[in-house]
Design a protein around this ligand. Structure first.
Ligand SMILES: Cc1cc2nc3c(=O)[nH]c(=O)nc-3n(C[C@H](O)[C@H](O)[C@H](O)COP(=O)(O)OP(=O)(O)OC[C@H]3O[C@@H](n4cnc5c(N)ncnc54)[C@H](O)[C@@H]3O)c2cc1C
Length: 333
């Protein structure tokens, strides 16, 4: 038996022993484990499943072991995913930290930041949200205006973010801010802060579905220590957006079918006006819930539905005129 076959045999045995039977069943939205300081578990089995997977580093199988990850090779990670799918095992943890922030920190963070933030992400102790979009900066993210001033021993942040998924439930935010007003693309930096910091206020946005998966996030004189800047200050706009592009592509799943709304297939006709985008987001959100429930039983990787949804958002962007897409592509390159 070769090494990878031996790994598969051991993995199958370990999962058979440690994955509770109730964690091998389809999962409703209310049973998703997001973790975090105020996180709750739908059952003792769900808590146990997260604990044993995190102890083994298998909530982040390919991350290095010194940061709490599993240290698995790409081949071993695939085998683990296959064996989890074989059992129809639920993901032990849904996390923007695992899917988005962690991969960037591994590439751009310093050693102190990695030691500080990665292990709690692996254990599901911190829930992260993504602070990118603003009322005046959606697809044209480089237009963001949230100001971050250097005040000597700290930064001072003022501005507003919008469509921040679950910001009202998050513990920390990873955020793009403007650190140089003279350069549109070259004056953006990547910073993180605790949502309990004075001056951070979230207001859930109620969608036509009645749900509030998004928030407006207001930042008023938010003081952030200098060691929470990720990567260099004023990292080239394209590069910092490349980070976010990295974020957005990290969990690319096979290209989903085009978005369908009410059975109609979009055929390149651009929905008219911003209002329709809000309606579209509301419907996409409902579609996400529907699709997510149906897909959860397959439980492969980091929440295909979300990536799907994000891609759905990018589908929306596909209805933009060619130059808008070219502009967005240029920024993300
Ligand atoms: C489910 C979901 C979750 C999200 N979660 C987050 C999150 O956690 N954090 C976060 O920061 N953001 C989040 N977002 C926001 C998302 O990133 C933005 O919706 C997306 O980037 C598009 O921006 P916008 O909605 O502001 O639309 P805009 O970019 O303002 O576009 C609005 C309309 O204007 C048109 N348009 C835009 N630019 C041009 C142009 N140059 N030429 C011609 N027409 C143009 C578009 O086609 C569209 O019809 C989420 C969105 C969704 C749907």
């Amino acid at each position: 038996m070769n090494e990878i076959e031996e790994f598969r045999r051991e993995t199958r045995q370990w999962l058979e022993t440690h994955c509770p039977a109730s964690m091998r069943t389809p999962m409703s939205e209310r049973e998703v484990v997001w973790g975090g300081r105020n996180g709750s578990f739908p059952s003792a089995d769900a808590e146990q499943w997260l604990r044993v997977m995190a102890e083994r580093g298998w909530t982040a199988p390919s991350w290095p072991t010194q940061y709490g990850g599993g240290g698995l090779s790409a081949q071993q990670s695939s085998v683990l995913q296959e064996e989890l799918r074989r059992l129809k095992a639920r993901p032990p943890l849904y996390s923007f930290g695992l899917w988005m922030f962690g991969p960037v920190l591994l590439e751009f963070g310093d050693e102190q930041q990695k030691q500080r933030f990665l292990p709690p992400i692996v254990r599901g102790e911190i829930r992260w949200c993504q602070g990118y979009s603003e009322p005046g900066a959606g697809s044209d993210l480089a237009s963001l205006a949230t100001r971050c001033e250097d005040r000597g021993d700290h930064f001072l942040i003022n501005g507003q973010k919008i469509w921040t998924s679950y910001a009202n439930l998050a513990d920390w935010m990873f955020c793009l801010v403007r650190t140089d007003t003279g350069k549109k693309h070259g004056g953006i930096s990547f910073i993180v802060f605790d949502m309990r910091t004075a001056g951070v206020e979230t207001r859930p946005i109620r969608l036509i579905s009645g749900e509030s998966p998004f928030c407006e996030t207001f930042l008023t004189d938010v003081r952030v220590p200098k060691d929470q800047l990720i990567g260099p200050l004023n990292v080239q706009g394209r590069r910092s957006l490349a980070q976010s592009a990295t974020l957005r592509t990290a969990h690319r799943v096979p290209r989903p079918r085009r978005a369908r709304l009410g059975g109609r297939r979009f055929c390149g006709r651009r929905p008219a006006g911003h209002a329709s985008l809000a309606a579209l987001q509301g419907q996409l959100h409902r579609r996400w819930h529907h699709r997510d429930q149906s897909q959860r039983h397959r439980q492969a990787g980091p929440g295909p539905a979300r990536c799907d949804l994000r891609r759905s958002v990018s589908h929306v962007n596909e209805f933009r005129p060619a130059n808008a897409r070219r502009e967005r592509a240029a920024i993300l390159r």
